[in-house]
Structure formats: C-alpha cells, structure tokens
Design a protein around this ligand. Structure first.
Ligand SMILES: C[S@@+](CC[C@H](N)C(=O)[O-])C[C@H]1O[C@@H](n2cnc3c(N)ncnc32)[C@H](O)[C@@H]1O
Length: 240
C-alpha cells in the first residue's frame, strides 16, 4: 500500500484496471456483518428514533421513511432495519411508506443481499417469532419473505465517490469508517450530513465516533449508544 493513503484509495485505482480486481475488492474490504449486529443501534431505532419521527411526520400522509444502509455487506443490516421498522410501525397498513436502500462496493456481497437467503445459523440469536414472521424455510436455509424483501433495494456504490441517491431520515454507516483514511472519513461524514433530512439520524457502529469536523450533529445517548442527529433548525436556516 506504499504511496496510497488507504485500502479504499488503492482499490479505487485498481478498480479502473479490469474485473480481476473485483475478487481483490472482495478480499480486501470485506468484513464482519450479521443480523442486529449492534443491538444498541437497533434498540435506539425502535425505541427512540421511530417514535420521534412518527410524532414529527404526523401531518404527512402516508408517513414516508427513507433509510440508507451505507456499506450493507450481504444484506443482514438493511433487513434488520426493515424488521425493526416493521415491528415498530405497521408497514403493511398503508400509513407508512418505507424504503430502505442498501449499498456496498462489493458486487458479490450485494448479489447475496438481493437473494436474501441465509444459513439458519445466521439467525440463531434472533427470536423465533421474528424468524417465523419474516423468513421462509428453504432446506437448511432461511429466505427473506417478500413483505420484508420489498422494502429494500440494493445498489452498488463506492462511498469514496458516491452518487447522490436522495435524502434520508436515517443513515446507517456501521463499521465502515475504519476502512477509510482520516480525510476520507471527514469527506464521507460531510456528505452523509448533507444527505440527511433536517432532523435525520446517523447510526455508527458501537464505539465509533464522527471525526472532528465542521458539521453540526446533536448527540443523543440511549443507554451507552450515541445517536447523531442533524439539527432541524440549523438545516432549515441553511436552506437544506
Ligand atoms: C465490516 S463490514 C460492515 C457491514 C455492516 N455495515 C455491518 O455493520 O454489519 C464493512 C462493509 O463496508 C464495505 N465497504 C468498505 N469500503 C467501502 C467503500 N469504499 N464503499 C462502499 N462500501 C465499502 C465493505 O464491502 C463491507 O461490506
């Protein structure tokens, strides 16, 4: 990696070579994932954020909820978000219009996410009720049911040079920042701030912090988990 500020930067250059780089990408930037991997984040989503958004969106009909899982790996994170949201609000009753976008740099990971087929062991720590509600048994595997699958779309994206895909009420960017150099982390968090709706929430991995930088987030603590919220008033003043 001599001469390259980070693995992501090196990959950017390699990616322009040819498709052989695809498998290198898979090996270099892959990482641990799982359903409800950071329980405190999902607890905060269900018990704090959804309730607050519900109150704020009371006048909207239906209530639109857009969530981005940036660096979603093989889909466990966006499907966990979908389960949390569906459990907190009744997605099928029509009062809520929920759209979750999962993006990742690794195409193979995204293909697995799109399939939504997981070994039973991946869901062993999840309540039987959740599994029965949202998954169908296919041999030794569990397949995400359409009611959950239909809430999530997947798109390839390199977070170092992302395409604008709209504004979000919540952005999950968990365990992704450590892949980046300090300069890339600052640039990414600035963009995530921009892509959040006023009052929107940024979810980082357990113990991760935003770098010192010139954008304002409010901090909320739910137990030991820190939630970052884009200010409502400041965003309105700045006209975004
Ligand atoms: C450790 S995994 C975390 C997955 C998930 N967010 C979670 O917490 O369970 C990190 C993910 O970030 C993705 N990633 C790394 N660099 C990336 C980049 N430049 N653009 C988009 N995704 C990236 C990797 O492909 C991997 O899927």
């Amino acid at each position: 990696m001599r001469g390259h500020p980070s693995a992501t930067n090196l990959l950017d250059q390699l990616r322009s070579c040819d498709s052989e780089c695809e498998s290198l990408t898979e090996r270099l930037v892959g990482g641990e994932t799982g359903f409800f991997r950071c329980p405190a984040a999902f607890d905060s989503l269900a018990k704090v954020v959804i309730l607050e958004l519900q109150a704020r969106k009371a006048a909207e009909n239906p209530h639109n909820l857009r969530v981005w899982s940036a660096g979603c790996a093989t889909g466990e994170e966006p499907y966990s978000i979908a389960m949390s949201v569906c459990d907190a609000v009744n997605c099928s009753a029509g009062a809520w219009k929920v759209h979750i976008v999962g993006s990742d740099i690794r195409r193979h990971a995204l293909q697995a996410a799109e399939r939504g087929l997981y070994p039973q062991s991946a869901l062993r720590h999840i309540s039987r009720e959740l599994v029965q509600t949202y998954f169908a048994k296919v041999g030794q595997h569990l397949l995400v049911k359409p009611r959950l699958r239909n809430l999530v779309t997947f798109t390839p994206m390199n977070l170092v040079a992302p395409t604008y895909i709209g504004r979000f009420d919540c952005i999950f960017c968990m365990d992704v920042l450590p892949h980046f150099s300090t300069a890339q982390r600052i640039a990414l968090v600035q963009r995530l701030h921009l892509y959040l709706e006023p009052g929107g929430y940024l979810f980082l991995g357990d113990g991760e912090k935003i770098p010192a930088m010139d954008v304002t987030f409010h901090y909320h603590k739910n137990a030991d988990y820190v939630l970052y919220q884009k200010p409502l008033a400041a965003a309105a003043k700045a006209g975004r």
